[in-house]
Design a protein around this ligand. Structure first.
Ligand code: PEP
Ligand code: MG
Length: 571
């Protein structure tokens, strides 16, 4: 499934999270000599790869990698591995025990030698991965040229430190159109393909081409195919770039096109892509790695920078959406609170807090979590108030009921904030949008979570990604219902879920009554071009046609009949 458009091409770099410990006492069935040869061959291969990479890297890295290569074939280790196999242990277990023993000896000696213990772990995991036929672990030693990062899945915490220019494309086995890999890729403007079964079986270093529009991933493509794909992508980009200025339909109906951002580093790309403001500032992304709540000054600085980046444009800051896939160590779950006091341990870690709730996605997330930490919410509202800009709005995530919306609105108004909204991302909120709208100034539909909860389908799980197809008629009904309630209340209804990033769907959302669309900066040009090429009437006809169908594929095809210019734009 292609989730971030464009063509990415480069050597595969396969990220595996961890190599499992081979089971204790694991044995082998064949001859001891054969098993020993298997182990020796793996050690030799890892040593050879480390050395080759060293030659390629040069400089200091060369010395380090060559030293690692020597360790892999250290005579003492080799003897130990052979002896353990003679005693009946399978090659992976023998390698594990021999390396672990040496590692402990090294670690105990401290200093420079002690620091080499981690190198031994890395070599050990590489050899075991090879023996198991698995991809290599870790992100160390990534190629110098832009590479295709292949992984099972990528969480926000994995990707926070990725160097943008280094990634040609993302390919993951798990994930769907609303998973964080997809969101991150669109924010970075990097092509991405998710739910690609078997991707981590691609050998490291092999050239891969990923088409983030069609979802095609090709291993060792012909040079001419790569050239053709790049030419086609460039032509498409040129067609899209021809639409400029604020978002509007062909007959002039304005639809402000806004950006979803996760931090100051993304502001520049949003401005460059012509965003008219920010429809969703995911503030939890600013503080994922923090043990302490962020200070008032730090938050004020971040929010002010966003307002200054878009003079005259609106900026919607979402209060912290902690919990589930976005754990925040300074907002632990109630369950981890009691676990921590029971064991008198230190503050629970982010991963601990994520794992204590039996079903974190159905747990105390978003506004629910913040209600237990009113001082953190208040500090965030105070920071927004301190920017003192009419263009800075605030909204709460994961609001289920009118009562929750009213509580949030009261908290905001108590701080003197005027533009207050809530996200509609729980089916109950869509069904009773009128109740929520009674106390807020606007709503913004988060189609990612709305789909997750409407279809009871984990947004991170590749196996259920078809249920996250933005064309699912049930999702369209929930959007229509919300937009109608907003229109009846005379209040704006934005869309900030990933649905808005699909150009054909963007037209349908406008037809359903969306007043603004917010998306990753990389999607803005295509959506702007799609809207500019169709009238509001065409958008409405497309929306009606889609909702009249019963499957996502039929809904999409029926909508496209009313959106003929998409084909000319290559969308
Ligand atoms: C959503 O759920 O659609 C949304 C925009 O919020 P997030 O993706 O950050 O959960
Ligand atoms: Mg959400």
């Amino acid at each position: 499934m292609g989730v971030s458009p464009g063509i990415g091409h480069g050597p595969a770099y396969v990220l595996t999270v961890s190599v499992p410990e081979p089971p204790k006492g694991a044995t082998y069935t064949g001859e001891a000599d054969q098993e020993k040869e298997r182990a020796m061959a793996a050690l030799r291969q890892v040593a050879g790869e480390l050395e080759a990479r060293g030659n390629q890297a040069g400089g200091e890295a060369e010395e380090i990698l060559k030293a690692q290569a020597l360790m892999a074939e250290d005579p003492g280790l080799v003897v130990k591995v052979r002896t353990l196999i003679d005693r009946g242990l399978a090659a992976p277990r023998a390698v594990f025990e021999a390396f672990t023993k040496y590692r402990d000896v090294l670690a105990g000696s401290g200093g420079y030698l002690g620091e080499r213990a981690a190198d031994l772990n890395d070599i050990r995991d590489r050899v075991i991965a090879l023996l198991y036929g698995q991809a290599m672990p870790g992100l160390r030693g990534a190629p110098a040229e832009p590479y295709v990062l292949v992984a099972r899945d990528l969480a926000p915490a994995d990707t926070a430190l990725l160097a943008k220019g280094q990634i040609a494309a993302f390919v993951t086995e798990e994930g769907g159109p609303t998973s964080h890999t997809a969101i991150l890729a669109r924010a970075m403007g990097v092509p991405a393909v998710v739910a690609c079964r078997g991707a981590t079986g691609i050998p490291n270093g092999v050239r891969v081409m990923a088409d983030g529009t069609s979802g095609d991933v090709r291993v060792e493509p012909a040079e001419s195919d790569v050239a053709d794909a790049l030419i086609a992508a460039t032509a498409r980009q040129a067609a899209m770039a021809s639409a400029r200025g604020p978002g509007r339909t062909a007959d002039g109906h304005p639809v402000p096109l806004l950006a979803n951002v996760g931090g100051p580093a993304e502001l520049e790309a949003a401005v460059a892509a012509g965003a008219e403001g920010i429809g969703l500032y995911r503030t939890e992304f600013l503080f994922l790695d923090r043990a302490e709540p962020p200070s008032l000054e730090e938050q004020t600085r971040a929010y002010r920078a966003a307002v200054e980046a878009f003079p005259g444009g609106k900026v919607v800051v979402r209060t912290l959406d902690g919990g589930a896939d976005k754990p925040l160590a300074f907002l632990p779950t109630a369950a981890s609170d009691s676990a921590a006091s029971a064991s008198a341990s230190a503050a629970p870690s982010a991963s601990a807090s994520a794992s204590v709730e039996p079903n974190p996605v159905l747990g105390e997330r978003g506004l629910r979590r913040l209600r237990r930490f009113p001082e953190v919410l208040d500090a965030q509202l105070a920071a927004i108030a301190a920017v003192a800009s009419e263009d800075l709005l605030v909204m709460a995530p994961m609001v289920a009921t009118g009562e929750e919306a009213a509580w949030f609105a009261r908290s905001c108004r108590g701080r003197g904030l005027a533009g207050v909204g809530v996200m509609i991302e729980i089916p109950a909120a869509a069904l009773r949008a009128r109740d929520l709208l009674a106390s807020v100034d606007f709503v913004s539909i988060g189609t990612n979570d709305l789909a997750q909860y409407a279809f009871a389908a984990d947004r991170q799980l590749g196996a259920v990604s078809a249920l996250h197809d933005p064309w699912q008629p049930a999702l369209l009904d929930l959007v229509a219902m919300t937009a109608r309630a907003a229109s009846a209340a005379g209040k704006p209804c934005g869309i900030c879920g990933e649905s808005a990033a699909d150009p054909a769907m963007a037209c349908v959302l406008v037809g359903l009554g969306a007043s603004t669309l917010s998306m990753g900066a990389g999607a803005l040009a295509a959506v702007r071009a799609a809207l500019a090429a169709h009238t509001l009437t065409q958008c409405r006809l497309a929306a009606d046609a889609a909702r009249a169908r019963t499957t996502p594929a039929d809904a999409r095809a029926a909508a496209r009949v009313h959106l003929p210019a998409l084909a000319h734009l290559g969308l």
